[in-house]
Design a binder for this molecule. Sequence first.
Ligand code: ADP
Length: 543
Amino acid sequence: MQSTMMKTPLSLNHLLERAGHLFAGNEVVSRLPDKTLRRHTYGDFYRRTRSLASALGQLGMKKGDRVATLCWNHHVHLECYFGIPAAGGVMHTLNLRLAPEEIGWIAADAKDRFLVIDDVLLPLYRQFAHLHRFEKVIVFPFSGAPVDAGLADYEALLAAADPDSFDYAAHDEDDPVAMCYTSGTTGRPKGVVYSHRSTVLHTLVASLGDFWGLRGTDVVLPVTPMFHANSWGMPYGAVMMGVKLVFPGPHLHPDDLLDLIQLEPPTLSLGVPTIWMGLIQAFDASQVAGSPNHGRWKLPRGMRSLVGGAAVPEALIRAFDRHGIWILQGWGMTETSPVCTISYPRAELRDATADERYRRAAMAGVPVPLVELRVRGDDGADRPWDGQSVGEMQVRGPFITGSYHQVPVDAEKFTEDGWLRTGDVASVDALGFVKISDRTKDLIKSGGEWISSVDLENAIMAYPAVAEAAVIAVPDEKWSERPLACVVLRPGQSATPEQLRAHLLQHGFAKWQLPDRYEFIDAVPRTSTGKFWKMKLRERFVK
Ligand code: ADP
């Protein structure tokens, strides 16, 4: 006899059923290539998703088969998030910003059987089609143009399927639902596979009040691509709570995002720091009398903004707060589902000064429930949570990957006692706030001491004339490495190395920590997920 609770498997299908029954009238809005908005309801989403699952079954999909997506953020991608697992498959989001050869390599490594693709991305597909043969390429007519004869039409497949007679594939809670490759900025991309269980637990934890704080009345704008760690898991949370979604489609230019925000003002948005840097620059420029976009936009006061994936400069947090928008910083990796820490105002900070609140908001934050976190030194000993001692951050928990797809578990990524080695160097303070100093490979070692490039970047970006800054290490005969600052100035503004040096000294940096060189550049190169790409800067400036 069962003595405790029911052993009901955690399942994405439950979230789908819930949305179909409880939230059928709520809206999902997608921006199309021609910039018009298409509106669906969760009721449409429910029926269409079940139709997709049914159609995949008819195409002969078997349990565990990988179905790749090459799509922007929109309603059909959301249907794939739930429809592919409902039919027993594994949704594999391909990163459309990677080089075609890399996408082809990843699809082959994952042995993807089918592909769901936006018609506007077919030219990209043709560049890597020779590297991997999908059994079926299913084209979503995103642009509205008819799908070429000879290719499977997503809409025709759905129209021919019957959502009512569909039965969910039997599954276990540990069965895979989705797969995402690490971006490969630090080595060959590796596949991370998420399960029903890991996804449901991550969704529940991340949605808590102090983190995403999802409310039924929210309007969520996911700018984070759905191929970047599953848009940080937000689509699952949105469906769980039936919140209105506004998908930006392919239009991620700051002007386009600001236009969309006027049409559908969000209460919650998410994206990497560079997106918000671009947005605030465009907005600030529009405030100048006589500028081309003068008076065109308003910022949505009261919006919460989830920003992570890279360090969030304090200057950015302050800039948005001036407009009544609060940035919640999170830290995570593709390997960690991804939310592991979030910076939020803990009770102990109730009476903290504004400066202290900003300082904490610029940290990676506090570990979320179910995530264990430790900081290990090179000597194998745990570092105390004193806000000073740094080491490698290691994490463990039910939504942290235990291995990579078809890669033997190796000591570089996992410890002997089963923790994930994040490759991030961090300290933790007495309140549990994590502060990331650097990625291991970005650390600057000068005369036996570490210099945090993240700290330098944050301080340089607080200088009013600076739009963006990235600091890299350059080899040095005497000191082994020295910092070099790559600086992007705001249009029409100027700054000299002397001014920046004086500014950094004022910010409390010691003389030996200051960059020896400043390079003024037009833009910081971006990775496929929109982060600063320091490797490219090293290639350019380190000879
Ligand atoms: P990649 O950056 O390689 O494209 P991921 O999106 O998985 O792939 O990135 C995870 C990494 O991003 C982390 O290991 C960390 O270095 C960085 N990162 C994520 N969030 C933050 C943050 N809030 N502050 C600093 N670094 C962060």
